[in-house]
Design a protein around this ligand. Structure first.
Ligand code: 13P
Ligand code: SF4
Length: 315
């Protein structure tokens, strides 16, 4: 698409948005042009919190499927649109509700804490949802002797165990983007850039986190680069966040950690292809046609609401 076509589409989206009293939400991992047209950009927690406060008839969630579901569960009376229903999440897919139900039955004395990157069906089997922003804060509030199943992200679960001193039973799921950062490449970047801080998302593997100075959600990493006096940072998370970091700090430099490339397979970039499925054309089409529309089974939504609401109250 040429620049002129893209600008034209952006202005058509802006007009449609006004006409239909719609608000566009975007996650930090979406394409730069999506972040440019968004009314609100945030991490998973901020997106959910903002959805409960906003006054609009239509909410467009530019992110991935579970984010649209969470929004619909929190705002059942609003029309929630998602530009591409096929925008999934490898981490959410690594925990199927039927498998979690079996695991729960095997551990009847455990409560379930689930990362927000899960389907509504999994949230309905969950006691408390957490995000990477509030996982430590929420786990710290649980009784010291509570037995906990934590899923689906094994890397985040191990990290939370290490910072809380808990021994939660971990599901063995992972995000394909965050688990493929190359430790070798990170060590090389550290050698080439002595003294430069490494910032990582807790979905990264333990050895990457062990080499990091700051570990946090996308919003926490963004806040850190804004307030830090440093001028250069090494970043281990999905590269979409670099757009917002650069926009907030035009005078600073962000060095992305590349992923491992295994022979024959692998990707030479650290992008989440699901997040990139949100395009200007799809945002325009979904606003114009008011579809695809998110819907969640009412029984599932009711149970999932309770586990998300507990999170929002404890955040
Ligand atoms: P945040 O909670 O930091 O927004 O992360 C969501 C996500 O999908 C990370 O891969
Ligand atoms: Fe899911 Fe990973 Fe993409 Fe985040 S980056 S949406 S966890 S696949």
């Amino acid at each position: 698409m040429t620049n002129a076509e893209s600008e034209n589409l952006k202005s058509k989206i802006t007009s449609l948005k006004r006409e239909k009293n719609a608000v566009i939400f975007a996650h930090y991992y979406t394409r730069p042009e999506i972040q440019e047209i968004a009314d609100f950009i945030g991490d998973s927690l901020a997106l959910a919190q903002h959805a409960t406060r906003v006054q609009a008839d239509i909410l467009v969630m530019c992110g991935v499927h579970f984010m649209g579901e969470t929004m619909k569960i929190l705002c059942p009376d609003k029309k929630v649109l998602i530009p591409d229903m096929a925008a999934g999440c490898s981490l959410a897919d690594s925990c199927k509700a039927e498998d979690l139900a079996v695991f729960k039955a095997q551990h009847p004395d455990h409560m379930v804490v689930s990362y927000v990157n899960t389907s509504a069906d999994v949230k309905a089997l969950t006691d408390i949802v957490v995000t990477s922003s509030n996982a430590k804060k929420i786990v710290d509030q649980l009784p010291a002797d509570a037995k906990i199943i934590f899923g689906p992200d094994h890397n985040l679960g191990s990290y939370i165990n290490s910072v809380t001193g808990r021994n939660m039973l971990l599901w063995n799921g992972a995000c394909h983007v965050h688990s493929r950062f190359s430790l070798e490449a990170l060590m090389e970047l550290k050698r080439e850039n002595p003294g430069v801080e490494v910032l990582a998302h807790p979905e990264c593997k333990g050895p990457i986190l062990a080499q990091s100075d700051v570990i946090g959600s996308t919003k926490a990493l963004l806040d850190h680069v804004i307030k830090s006096p440093a001028k250069r940072f090494i970043i281990a998370t999905e590269s979409g966040i670099l757009f917002e970091m650069q926009r907030a700090c035009p005078d600073k430099q962000f060095i992305p950690v590349p992923p491992e490339v295994t022979e024959g397979v692998g990707c030479s970039c650290n992008e989440c292809e699901y997040m990139r499925m949100n395009t200007l054309e799809k945002v325009y089409d979904c606003l114009k046609n008011e579809e695809p529309q998110m819907s969640v089974d009412s029984q599932i939504a009711k149970k999932a609401y309770d586990s998300i609401d507990r999170m929002l109250r404890m955040s």
